[in-house]
Design a binder for this molecule. Structure first.
Ligand code: CA
Length: 242
């Protein structure tokens, strides 16, 4: 698909973001890619895993919308191969309804977010915007992480909520930092164990719940809850809903 150099908003497409949409259902591919073009993104499309790999390697997208079930390989394999190439791209999986296993696997293996089919275009656009904002923030390597009234300085290890310093143990600090880096999405317990405790998947994940409760005890007296439990999956840190 060819894209105009500038979008209707006047923002150059390349600046808005380079997106690759990978989906083997022609109607979804067409609808999604047209919508993202309309929003001003620079968009390429692919309908197979091999086409996705080739296009990603030449186009270097910032973000891939990646269908899990493709005719020649699954989306996880596509992500794994691109990450092996060292491409610093964000991945939002497009998963089939009720495929909870897919969702957990996608997030555990390093996907940034997911949407479940059938999805609304507004929801998709919101996810894309949020993931791009997050990955760009990570790239700027600002030592301060901020979510709502929570501030974490990755250099000085000072954490404040509503301006009040929190006294965190090292594991609490690492857990909170990881949740802040992935704020707005559900982080599976296995992923927290692997990255915060460096245990493998067979580790005892009750330790995660214990440390989440420590964090809540220190954070919650200072404002509305920011850490939310996704039953059976994991935890997310997000701004309170008004
Ligand atoms: Ca498919």
């Amino acid at each position: 698909m060819t894209a105009q150099l500038t979008s209707s908003t006047g923002v150059p497409r390349a600046q808005q973001g380079r997106l690759l949409v990978v989906e083997d259902e022609p109607a979804i591919l067409d609808t999604v890619s047209r919508f993202l073009l309309f929003l001003g993104y620079d968009v390429r499309t692919a309908a197979t895993a091999s086409d996705a790999l080739a296009t990603a390697r030449s186009f270097l997208p910032e973000l891939i919308l990646l269908d899990v079930m493709l005719p020649d390989a699954d989306g996880f394999e596509v992500m794994r191969r691109l990450r092996q190439d060292g491409l610093p791209l964000a991945v939002v999986f497009l998963t089939a309804r009720d495929s909870r296993k897919d969702l957990i696997r996608g997030l555990t293996e390093g996907g940034d977010d997911y949407v479940t089919k059938p999805f609304g275009l507004d929801e998709l656009a919101a996810r894309v915007t949020a993931v791009l904002r997050r990955t760009r923030q990570r790239e700027r390597s600002d030592p301060m992480l901020r979510v709502a009234d929570l501030e974490l300085d990755t250099l000085t290890y000072i954490v404040r909520r509503a301006g009040v310093p929190l006294d965190l143990a090292p594991t609490e600090f690492r857990l909170l930092r990881y949740l802040m880096l992935h704020h707005g999405r559900v982080v599976p317990r296995a992923q927290l164990l692997e990255h915060v405790w460096s245990y493998d998947f067979n580790g005892d994940d009750t330790v995660v719940a214990t440390y989440i409760s420590y964090l809540r005890r220190k954070m919650d007296p200072l404002g509305p809850p920011l850490i939310h439990t996704q039953r059976g999956v994991g935890y997310s840190l997000r701004e309170p809903r008004c």
